[in-house]
Design a protein around this ligand. Structure first.
Ligand SMILES: NC(=O)c1ccc[n+]([C@@H]2O[C@H](COP(=O)([O-])OP(=O)(O)OC[C@H]3O[C@@H](n4cnc5c(N)ncnc54)[C@H](OP(=O)(O)O)[C@@H]3O)[C@@H](O)[C@H]2O)c1
Length: 313
């Protein structure tokens, strides 16, 4: 197979950390851009054999640095995203302006592929700033680089995620647990290794100009997810549906902290199911059916939150 030169933005995150190894194993040469080499370099440089991973510290909005990064690449993958805003990192800047700039660079430097990771279920959450910004980002990308492929995953889980691990920590501490919207919102959780397999498929099959929703093998309500987590750590908790007005007040309080557990904007997204819309292709249509079930996979790492485990309280 012909190896490609792949430029990854946001490669130190959950997907990136798993993706780099997968791509370097296939002999692709990966350049990962990070804002902080000293903080992220240690994990990034172990993801491939010497010569296969280049780590570049850069301001991703700096035109000159971007030109140098794009000039000899075949593929660009954008994994940069945020769940909440602060004064500098706004949804507009990260989800609209940044993809706008790099999709233009893909066109200018005639890249073969641009793979952008957006999110599932954002079409319905029209009142969410996160969702609206992700959608506008998608539109700009298609306009600037029509060959782009946009992947829209449901919630992604893994041993090093911010989702199941955070929930496991909360469930191991709290005697009661709040359920928003009665815990009825549905998700199709997908394991990070399978998201990376989809990205790898998009490269191998040279898929261009497509929007692909990425889902796991099951549809689970939020309550199902919490129950599976509780079973896996052998704990019983009182699950209490809370009215949305109270949830908003709690979220407002969380927003004071630098990394809020939940925000009022996220509550707006949680109102809508995060499952296949039927409007776009899915990973199954490109020949990849996810197999890894949420309950089976969390069982492999949830022991750390069980009684006597490293994180048990
Ligand atoms: N994880 C999920 O459940 C999920 C579900 C649906 C969609 N997605 C989308 O998939 C993409 C990747 O997700 P992920 O979970 O891998 O993300 P992540 O773990 O949060 O990592 C995102 C990366 O983006 C970079 N980044 C963040 N803010 C930045 C900024 N202001 N300027 C430049 N770089 C910045 C960071 O890299 P450095 O610190 O190294 O610069 C970080 O490692 C995101 O767009 C996300 O919205 C994720």
């Amino acid at each position: 197979m012909i190896m490609k030169k792949v430029l990854i933005f946001g490669g130190s995150g959950q997907i990136g950390r798993h993706l780099i190894r997968r791509l370097t194993k296939k002999n692709h040469i990966v350049t990962v851009v990070t804002r902080n080499f000293h903080k992220k370099g240690a994990i990034l440089k172990t993801q491939g054999n010497p010569g296969y991973v280049e780590i570049v510290e850069a301001n991703v909005f700096d035109e000159e640095q971007l030109n140098n990064l794009f000039k000899d690449k075949d593929i660009c993958i954008n994994l940069v995203g945020i769940l909440f805003e602060d004064q500098k990192n706004t949804f507009k800047n990260i989800h609209i302006n940044f993809p706008n700039i790099i999709s233009k660079k893909c066109d200018e430097y005639k890249l073969k592929q641009f793979i952008h990771i957006s999110a599932l279920g954002i079409e319905k959450a029209t009142d969410s700033k996160y969702a609206a910004s992700k959608l506008e980002g998608e539109k700009n990308i298609i306009n600037n680089f029509p060959k782009a492929t946009i992947l829209k995953p449901s919630i992604i889980f893994s041993v090093d995620d911010n989702f199941s691990c955070r929930l496991l920590t909360l469930l191991s501490i709290l005697p009661i647990f709040p359920l928003y919207y009665n815990g009825k919102t549905k998700f199709s959780p997908i394991h990070v290794s399978e998201v990376c397999e989809i990205i790898s498929n998009v490269i191998d099959k040279n898929i261009c100009s497509d929007i692909i929703e990425c889902v796991g093998p099951e549809e689970l309500s939020f309550k199902d997810i919490i129950k599976k987590l509780l079973i896996s750590i052998e704990k019983k908790r009182l699950l209490i549906p809370i009215p949305i007005q109270i949830a908003k007040v709690i979220a407002l309080l969380f927003e004071i902290f630098p990394k809020p557990l939940i925000t009022r904007d996220q509550l707006k997204i949680l109102k809508h199911d995060n499952t296949l819309s039927g409007e776009f292709k899915s990973n199954i249509d490109i020949g990849f059916k996810a197999k890894l079930k949420f309950g089976d996979e969390i069982f492999k790492y949830s022991f750390m939150w069980k009684k006597g485990g490293q994180y048990s309280k």
